[in-house]
Design a binder for this molecule. Structure first.
Ligand SMILES: [Zn+2]
Ligand SMILES: [Zn+2]
Length: 296
């Protein structure tokens, strides 16, 4: 990776958060009960990743009100994954060009290290360059959240310190941030390397039982690549998909509706050549009328 390709703002943020976490953990010490903070806040944040960041904002798997869309936007920012717009842009690009030379994080094409962290700190990962997020950019409140994604996280840190002092701050606030980051980086690599595919998706995506359980459903990644507009990643009872269950609860509460619950492959246009660049049914939401179908 050339140094001119590196986004130094992102890189220095990573280094600063890792340094601050190491300092806070050292200062706080260790007790088993502190892990409760890390696991509890991690669970809230990772559910935000799979439900809000990935399924709702990147794939628009349901409709909702504009008010609840904003709530999901706030939940998305808590993952510290540059949300809700930037991740959606990069992720739609991933589905469109999966495991081709244009994919941002294909381990097969770019190598493990670049697929893990290189793409995140690359200037190529940029929503203005990658596009395909016209449906999200038309909501000013989402662009504000996308720009100031760190502010809700600062408030979370302050609240955690007020409630549980240093153990909550260090383990719940900072360590859980690193957990979400490194799980997210790992899954971009692992989901395209380890496991077995159920469907022919013209890429390297795999299903993985263990990761499916650990990531609240994200591990059924080949199912997801085969039918990316569906909210449902696990297709059978034994493919536990907690993220999908959350949407069923939200639907019961009337907060979301028209949830796409389809199963089975929707890949309908295998490429006629070997470039594999346009083989999938990627939803491209640059058209305002199309976007109107989602948040009213
Ligand atoms: Zn993938
Ligand atoms: Zn996806």
């Amino acid at each position: 990776m050339k140094s001119s390709e590196i986004n130094y703002t992102i890189l220095s943020t990573f280094i600063a958060v890792h340094g601050a976490t190491a300092w806070a953990l050292w200062k706080t010490g260790f007790e088993y009960s502190y892990l409760g903070w890390a696991i509890g806040i991690y669970a809230i944040r990772w559910l935000g990743f799979t439900c809000a960041v990935h399924r709702y904002f990147a794939h628009r798997v349901c409709r909702t009100s504009r008010a609840f869309q904003f709530v999901m936007g706030l939940w998305a920012t808590l993952t510290m994954a540059r949300c809700p717009i930037k991740f959606a842009s990069g992720h739609r690009h991933h589905h469109l060009h999966s495991d081709t030379s244009r994919d941002l994080h294909s381990p097969a094409k770019k190598g493990i290290l670049y697929a893990y962290i290189g793409w995140v700190i690359s200037k190529n990962y940029d929503e203005d360059r990658l596009g395909r997020v016209g449906d999200l950019k038309r909501y000013p409140e989402l662009t504000v959240l996308n720009r100031f994604y760190y502010l809700p996280n600062v408030l979370l840190l302050v609240a955690l310190y007020a409630i549980g002092e240093m153990p909550a701050f260090a383990y719940g606030g900072l360590l859980s941030t690193l957990l979400v980051w490194h799980v997210a980086f790992s899954v971009t690599v692992v989901f395209h390397c380890i496991g077995a595919p159920r469907y022919e998706t013209y890429d390297e995506s795999k299903n993985s039982l263990i990761l499916g359980l650990l990531t609240f459903g994200e591990g059924w990644h080949n199912n997801h690549h085969a039918n990316m507009a569906s909210c449902r990643m696990g297709e059978y009872w034994y493919e536990l998909d907690v993220g999908y269950l959350v949407f069923l609860v939200l639907e019961k509460l009337g907060l979301v509706w028209d949830v796409n619950k389809s199963v089975g492959s929707r890949i309908y246009r295998p490429v006629e050549d070997d470039t594999k660049e346009t083989c999938v049914q990627i939803p491209i939401f640059d058209d305002a009328q199309e976007a109107d179908r989602f948040a009213a």
